[in-house]
Design a protein around this ligand. Structure first.
Ligand SMILES: C[S@@+](CC[C@H](N)C(=O)[O-])C[C@H]1O[C@@H](n2cnc3c(N)ncnc32)[C@H](O)[C@@H]1O
Length: 268
């Protein structure tokens, strides 16, 4: 499956489709701050911050991240017209419903159901995704729903968001590769603003499964307990539990029965 840009130009008319370098500039200019200052949408001027490190792989189309990860997920999405249910995840709805809307980052936003649900609820949403195939679908869903979401085509670590950029960072069933320096876990934590909330949800029991026949090794990935292990005195853990999953109908993950839910708040 080729790049989203080869199939159709990003839907700039109906949703902000921001490639990672523009996102850095946008963040540097203070998008979506509660006072509205600097809230002018994507910035196309010279980039004040980022790409952050020299070894980041940046494709000509602006994607920042590991090309192999993008290719793997583009391939997975390309196998079906729609991979997930199209409905917001039950754990997101349950954990976020009582929060005051602010700036939200949906990590691994997939086909966009969670990001669209957040935007409908008044959140200023950034959807971060490695798959251009998924992002294009997500932008279409946002258009259909009549909401604006800022879509960023990058890996979480490579996106290198400025510290404390979001009032809510959520990662629902993320597929973040584990590294010795816990870069993905630290990126999740670092993106949360003082007083903000981190929500990480995954399928219970997956972390202890043996290597799958297709080569998927749970030991290669980040699980909620690994994120929880890094929560220091600067955080309160509101929820860290296993519970029955409120699963949307249909979609490739519908067979998973239980979730592990981690919700923590960074102290102001
Ligand atoms: C299991 S899917 C979950 C999608 C969505 N959150 C949902 O619940 O429907 C994991 C998603 O993470 C994305 N992904 C994988 N590695 C990523 C990374 N390093 N940074 C951001 N997204 C990533 C994949 O492309 C995929 O869309």
């Amino acid at each position: 499956m080729g790049d989203a840009q080869q199939r159709r130009a990003p839907a700039e008319d109906d949703a902000l489709f921001v490639q990672a370098p523009q996102m850095f500039a946008t963040l540097a200019n203070g998008f979506g701050r509660p006072d509205g200052e600097g809230d002018d949408g994507p910035v196309h001027d010279d980039i004040a911050a980022g790409p952050p490190t020299s070894d980041v792989l940046s494709a000509a189309d602006g994607y920042i991240g590991d090309p192999a990860v993008r290719a793997r997920w583009d391939g997975r999405y390309g196998e079906r017209e729609r991979l997930w249910s199209g409905q917001p995840n039950g754990a997101l709805v349950a954990e976020v419903a009582g929060l005051t809307p602010g700036r939200a980052l949906d990590v691994g936003s997939g086909e966009g159901a969670d990001a669209v649900w957040l935007a409908r609820g008044g959140w200023d949403v950034t959807g971060l995704e490695v798959s251009g195939v998924a992002l294009e679908r997500a932008a279409g869903h946002a258009h259909d729903a009549g909401v604006t979401v800022r879509w960023v085509h990058a890996g979480l670590v490579e996106a290198a968001f400025p510290a404390g950029s979001f009032d809510l960072v959520c990662a629902l069933y993320p597929a973040l590769l584990r590294t010795p320096d816990a870069a993905a876990e630290r990126a999740l934590l670092g993106a949360v603003a003082p007083g903000g909330v981190l929500l990480v949800v995954h399928h219970a029991g997956m972390d202890t499964q043996p290597v799958h026949d297709d080569g998927f090794d749970p030991a290669d990935y980040v699980w909620p307990t690994m994120v929880a292990a890094l929560l220091t005195d600067g955080w309160t853990v509101d929820v860290h539990e296993q519970r029955a999953r409120v699963a949307p109908d249909g979609g490739a993950g519908a067979h998973h029965a239980d979730d592990v839910v981690l919700r923590a708040r960074r102290l102001p």
